[in-house]
Design a protein. Structure first.
Length: 576
């Protein structure tokens, strides 16, 4: 079926003044309503549907009224004026009566005092028939005095292959004590030592050499005392002082002897001369060394007087020390030497990194004791003298990398007149003994040291020295260019304590003669390993084993004097 829908809108002429808007709107509503009804009827009937809507109304256009904005724009002021306020407090006292009950003071329980043992004994035995004994006897804690005794004995009776007897024995005894006064301290010691040895530095299989060398024994006996009296003021502005007195007598198997008297005075006083410096001081170090030497019926008296006035100042991270070293030598001829003593330092990082530099000069005595301490195989009539260090310039750095690591590096150059060099004595035919030649040398030295320690359990120490010598001799006899030491200490739970020591030096030279012409004989360098272990059974009893030269290397500290190879010492310790 064809669907037809028509809407007829008949627009009537506009009668602007006859019909108002309300009537027209009503007519439109009525016509729309009728159209909807007719449409519904048409959809309900089948066949042709005629949807015709006729709207009869007049078109009247309208315009809505316009309304004017009746308010004006305004700006809001953000400035706020703070009001001024004043306060006042009226205080009124109120009388109160409070009665406090007394209470007992709290008791502070401190850490228990560690028990001290008065005595310690160590005893042991090793190969090469080596007995060992050591005793420490001390007083315990006291606010007024301290006293102690120390005795040590070590010997060996075996020889080295192809060499005559290399027996030796060392005995040391000392008694010491301190007296604590209110503002000062008095201390002193009495000592005795006896060191016996043999001049074994030749091949005993050589019959001709053995016949020419008759005396091989040597014995050094040293007895003496030292005492000092010094201030211990708490106030840093008080005068600090120290007085020292010492005496020693050294004699040997061949009736050579040396008497030595030492007097010393050190004083310093803080001052306030300059406002720039935080701390200033002025002081004096004075020493008198008197020597009486007797050798094969001849006697010599010499003395060395040293005076060193100085001033020092600390300004924040800077430190300056300036003084004079006045050295007066008496003997066959008297001489006066005056040298500057200046040192400055800068704390680049306080308590962490410090650099320092200085220059100094001094005179020292090459005495019978100092030479025999360094080389016990010297002739009994070795010539003595003075070493004049004309100048020494040095500089370095010290740093504490952490709380447990310290490192120091130092380099120096110095010129010394009368520097002792040990050579085999060929004048008497006893080539197994040494004498001294004095030479004017220049030494350039580099020294470094590092130490690491942690909670008293582990300690490591490494030290190295490098020396370059410039001498009038062919070589600096018996002076190695490089020497080093490395040590490790390890405490395992305070029960097992171990230590390892490594010593090393590179090659050095000894003076020899070939058809009357001096030559340099090479002494090879060495590395020496030593190790020890202690097992603490309890607080008073322990056992130990020391292994020396366990690399079994035979090396020479002095020309023709080989050392013992591997040696072991085991023993016990007891505290009571």
């Amino acid at each position: 079926m064809k669907k037809i829908t028509q809407i007829i809108l008949i627009m009537m002429p506009i009668k602007s003044n006859l019909i108002n808007i309300n009537k027209s709107f009503s007519k439109v509503i009525i016509m729309l309503f009728l159209s909807i009804i007719i449409n519904k009827i048409s959809f309900a009937q089948p066949g042709v549907i005629d949807n015709t809507v006729v709207v009869v109304a007049a078109y009247e256009p309208t315009i809505s009224d316009a309304y004017k904005i009746t308010f004006n724009p305004t700006m809001k002021d953000t400035v706020f004026e703070t009001p001024k306020l004043s306060y006042g407090i009226e205080s009124n006292s109120i009388n109160t009566s409070i009665t406090l009950d007394p209470i007992k003071a709290a008791k502070v329980v401190g850490e228990p005092v560690t028990k001290l043992y008065k005595n310690l004994i160590e005893a042991g035995f090793g190969n090469y028939t080596t007995p060992y004994f050591e005793l420490f006897a001390n007083s315990t804690r006291s606010k007024t005095d301290a006293f102690g005794v120390h005795i040590k004995y070590l010997s060996s009776t075996s020889s080295i292959k192809d060499y005559t007897s290399s027996d030796y024995s060392d005995l040391n005894m000392e008694v010491y004590g301190n007296k604590y006064l209110k503002k000062s301290t008095l201390d002193g010691e009495v000592f005795f030592s006896r060191d016996a040895l043999n001049y074994y530095g030749y091949d005993h299989n050589d019959a001709a050499l053995s016949n020419s060398i008759k005396d091989t024994k040597q014995r050094y006996a040293l007895v003496g005392l030292n005492t000092s009296y010094y201030s211990n003021y708490v106030d840093s502005n008080s005068l600090d002082y120290k007085l020292t007195l010492g005496y020693s007598n050294l004699s040997d198997f061949y009736k050579s002897s040396e008497n030595n008297v030492k007097l010393g005075l050190d004083v310093d006083q803080n001052l306030k001369l300059f406002k720039l410096a935080n701390r200033q001081a002025i002081g004096l170090n004075a020493d008198l060394d008197y020597y009486n030497n007797s050798t094969q019926g001849t006697t010599a008296n010499t003395a060395l007087v040293k005076l060193q006035p100085f001033v020092s100042a600390h300004l924040n991270e800077y430190m300056l020390y300036a003084g004079l070293s006045v050295n007066f030598v008496t003997g066959i001829e008297s001489k006066l030497y005056i040298y500057p003593v200046i040192e400055g330092s800068l704390a680049v990082i306080p308590k962490v990194l410090k650099v320092f530099a200085g220059i100094k000069g001094e005179v020292t005595r090459n005495s019978f004791k100092s030479l025999s301490d360094e080389n016990p195989y010297i002739e009994t009539n070795t010539p003595l003298g003075y070493a004049n260090n004309k100048f020494e310039f040095y500089g370095g750095v010290h740093t504490s990398l952490t709380k447990t690591i310290d490192f120091t590096a130092r380099l120096s150059t110095k010129s010394i007149d009368g520097f002792p060099l040990f050579v085999n004595d060929t004048n008497t035919g006893n080539t197994n003994k040494f004498t001294v030649v004095y030479d004017n040398i220049t030494v350039f030295n580099i020294n470094s040291e590092i130490q690491w320690r942690t909670n008293e359990k582990v300690t490591l120490l490494a030290v190295a020295n490098w020396n370059q010598y410039s001498t009038n001799e062919i070589e600096a006899w018996h002076r190695p260019t490089l020497d080093a030491k490395f040590s490790v200490y390890y405490n395992i739970s305070n029960k097992i304590i171990t230590h390892l020591d490594i010593f090393a030096f590179d090659k050095m030279y000894a003076r020899t003669f070939n058809k009357g012409v001096a030559e340099a004989a090479t002494i090879n360098g060495m590395v020496d390993f030593n190790m020890g272990i202690e097992y603490r059974i309890n607080k008073i009893f322990s056992a130990f084993v020391n292994l020396n030269n366990f690399g079994t290397t035979q090396y020479y500290n002095w020309y023709n004097y080989p050392t013992q190879r591997f040696n072991m010492l085991a023993g016990l310790t007891y505290a009571f």
